[in-house]
Design a protein. Structure first.
Lengths: 344, 118
């Protein structure tokens, strides 16, 4: 009789052990396609679905706010954003959100730190490429790169010192009527950092946020293991790298997803400020840094530099590592990059 | 008395065995525990068991087409009429959390746990 009861007890324990699993934080995921014209994924370990829903809403809300402020294609009711600033070029300063001024100030610092290889004042040049890419998408028969003369003329209006920020008044003014801002090189990274700062401040942990190749993590996964971040292989096949990055940000800029083709020639979206054409030295650049806005801007800047200059700059920056992959499949990386690779 | 104890023992062992078998079957990560979900323009359009082979043509509101194949416990996009073909070049997915996305078409294909199993 007692043996029977013991066995029933054992069976009951097994059943309960299965149920106890439910109390541990579970991995949950949300995907958004409506911010920064890219794929954004939030992965987090939360005990309940409700907790994740709240987290999700907060993250999406802040991303959407940044997306709207940095948007150069659309206006939003009651909001002065970069589209507004661009529209007021040569006319008047525009009063806008502090986030815009903060971001532009950092963008200018990154411009200066990289010898101008990342430049948010290059909007007039980038607009020609955006338009060419749009035409190519809708009407492939008539796809063409922008005219060289048009690019040269646009390039005359890209001096970042013409972006006038007035902290006291909270305004942005483009003195040159033909100047345009385009913050594609830093906007995502800045927004991701903004979200993570907020979450950290609230004591949130167990989060991985990826906005179109801009990845930042807070804490570890549910079982205490580090988040594993994969760097895509531009040529297909095994990942170029799998990294355990702790609380660092990892940003990859690549030329292999956003492009258009004319007569067999591929034109991607990272435009070299010097040549005014897509950079051809690299197909993928990954930057690791604590600051995801810095990593984002730097990944674009390094894309526009040759190997020696890129490595010298990255090695010279505290806490920064980089991996650069060439079109022929060879790569270079900073000395400290390998330490972040996971075995296999 | 002895026969009743044996019957109880047998019943308990059978129950334990059933529980272990069930737990192994639904163990996180096995194809039997996972679904392939298809979201189009923010709405869930389909949910298929990962363990069953299937072919699905996904068409969005603007007529954009992606063809999804589930085979051998993995999902992949075998064809699409989007301009950049990132979805077609993406590697097959089979683990919880993995995604294939067609941004131009607003399509997200994901591997998720069965609903309601928690």
């Amino acid at each position: 009789m007692r043996r029977g009861m013991a066995c029933l007890g054992l069976a009951l324990c097994l059943l309960l052990a299965g149920c106890a699993r439910e109390a541990r934080p579970q991995r949950r995921q949300a995907v958004w396609l409506d911010v920064f014209d890219t794929v954004t994924v939030l992965t987090a370990y939360t005990a309940t679905e409700e907790e994740f829903a709240r987290l999700s809403e907060e993250v999406h809300g802040e991303l959407l706010a940044c997306h709207r402020l940095f948007d150069i294609y659309n206006e939003y009711e009651g909001l002065n954003n970069l589209h507004t600033v661009n529209g007021s070029a040569g006319i008047a300063p525009v009063r806008t959100d502090a986030r815009v001024l903060d971001m532009l100030e950092e963008a200018r610092a990154m411009h200066d730190a990289t010898g101008g290889r990342v430049n948010v004042a290059m909007g007039a040049v980038l607009a020609l490429w955006h338009e060419a890419r749009a035409v190519a998408g809708e009407d492939p028969e008539h796809a063409r790169p922008p005219e060289a003369a048009a690019l040269a003329e646009a390039a005359a209006h890209t001096d970042i010192s013409g972006v006038l920020l007035d902290r006291g008044a909270g305004t942005v003014f483009l003195a040159d009527p033909a100047m345009r801002l385009d913050v594609g090189a830093i906007g995502k990274g800045w927004a991701v950092r903004s979200v993570c700062e907020r979450l950290r401040g609230e004591g949130v942990t167990g989060v991985c946020l990826s906005a179109g190749g801009n990845i930042a993590t807070i804490g570890a996964r549910g079982d205490g293991s580090p988040w594993r971040v994969a760097v895509e292989n531009p040529f297909g096949g095994d990942y170029a790298a799998v990294l355990a990055i702790g609380d660092l940000a990892a940003v990859t800029s690549g030329s292999y997803e956003r492009f258009f083709t004319v007569d067999g020639v591929r034109y991607h979206h990272i435009i070299d400020p010097e040549t005014l054409y897509p950079s051809d030295r690299w197909v993928s650049v990954t930057v690791l840094a604590e600051d995801s806005a810095l990593a984002d801007a730097l990944s674009t800047a390094l894309f526009n530099m040759d190997g020696a200059e890129a490595l010298a700059l990255a090695e010279g920056m505290e806490g920064v590592e980089a991996l650069l992959i060439r079109p022929d499949g060879t790569s270079v990386e900073t000395a400290g990059f390998a330490a972040f690779r996971q075995g296999g | 008395m002895a026969k009743r104890n044996d019957a109880l023992l047998a019943a308990a062992l059978l129950l334990a065995a059933l529980l272990l078998w069930g737990a192994a079957r639904l163990r996180p990560g096995s194809a039997a525990a996972l679904d392939v979900t298809v979201t189009v323009d923010g709405g869930e359009a389909a949910r298929l068991p990962l363990a069953e082979d299937a072919r699905l043509e996904i068409v969005n509101a603007r007529g954009g087409v992606n063809v999804l194949v589930v085979e051998g416990g993995a999902a992949r996009v075998v064809g699409a009429d989007c301009p950049n073909q990132v979805c077609v070049r993406s590697r097959p997915i089979s683990q919880e959390g993995e995604l294939i996305v067609c941004l131009p078409h607003g399509v997200v294909i994901a591997i998720e746990r069965h609903e309601g199993g928690r």
